[in-house]
Design a protein around this ligand. Structure first.
Ligand code: ATP
Length: 241
């Protein structure tokens, strides 16, 4: 179980981006974190993956726990070793490298043979990535890059996969391919998923629980099915007013 308890995050010791946030992601679950631009979603993911300090951010109160032990204060690479892997917004691939080289970078903690097996699993999950394996990552379409970014994360054999707006800017068909793959990973490989999305409709369809964040605070949470039926959620996040 991944758990945040009463977490507060400041940037530059002054800007409060996240306040008193508590949320839990049980093992094997798929949980959505929803909210508009600037609500604090990415900050929460960064607080978990340990990269906040690179942006002068800091968890100043509360705790982040994984399997009952604190993550706070651990270096990002140690958090990766514990099995928590983030696919960042904007994908952040190594643009001049080939697709396969990008995947190999994700498997740096693993043996050669394990990395080879990992690559095959990624290609089975995303046949388009197999087709593009010798191409330069920077020249792929947005959707293909998102697939490579998820594939690179999978190379580290995540227990928890954190996805930051995987649907952003992509065509509906590609979004469907990506979401089906993520659902399959969760269902068949038991990977726990924390999904950050602005596309609430889609996120609430594939997850079992959701949290809605506004101005750094969780304002609503519950079963995804209930959130989909909630009048406020329909009005503000599903465009069904
Ligand atoms: P988006 O989808 O636009 O990324 P978000 O919900 O992920 O939105 P965050 O990126 O977590 O939101 O930002 C939360 C708040 O923290 C915003 O007010 C933002 O301006 C601020 N913020 C984010 N990163 C920094 C930073 N490096 N330095 C200072 N303030 C920051």
């Amino acid at each position: 179980m991944l758990e945040l308890r009463n977490v507060q995050v400041l940037y530059d010791r002054a800007i409060e981006a996240v306040r008193d946030v508590s949320l839990s992601v049980p093992d094997g679950a798929m949980v959505a974190l929803l909210g508009s631009n600037g609500a604090g979603k990415s900050t929460i993911l960064k607080a978990i993956s340990g990269v906040l300090t690179q942006e002068d951010g800091e968890v100043v109160a509360g705790s982040v726990m994984f399997d009952g032990k604190p993550l706070g204060g651990s270096a990002p690479r140690d958090i990766v070793r514990r099995g928590i892997i983030q696919v960042p917004e904007g994908r952040a691939l190594f643009a001049p490298l080939t697709v396969e080289e990008n995947l190999l970078m994700g498997g740096f903690t693993r043996s050669r043979s394990a990395a080879k097996e990992g690559i095959e699993r990624v290609y089975d999950l995303f046949p388009k990535v197999r087709e593009r394996r010798h191409q330069i990552a920077g020249y792929l379409s947005g959707g293909e890059q998102q697939m490579v970014a998820i594939g690179r994360a999978l190379m580290a054999e995540p227990k928890v996969l954190m996805l930051d707006e995987p649907s952003l800017g992509l065509a509906p068909q590609i979004i469907e391919d990506i979401f089906s793959a993520v659902v399959a990973l969760n269902r068949d490989a038991g990977v726990t998923v924390l999904l950050v999305e602005q596309n609430a409709q889609l996120a609430l369809e594939v997850t079992s629980r959701g949290y809605i964040i506004e101005n750094g605070r969780i304002v609503l949470d519950g079963a995804s099915e209930d959130l989909r039926r909630n009048a406020d959620v329909q009005e503000f996040y599903l465009g069904m007013a």
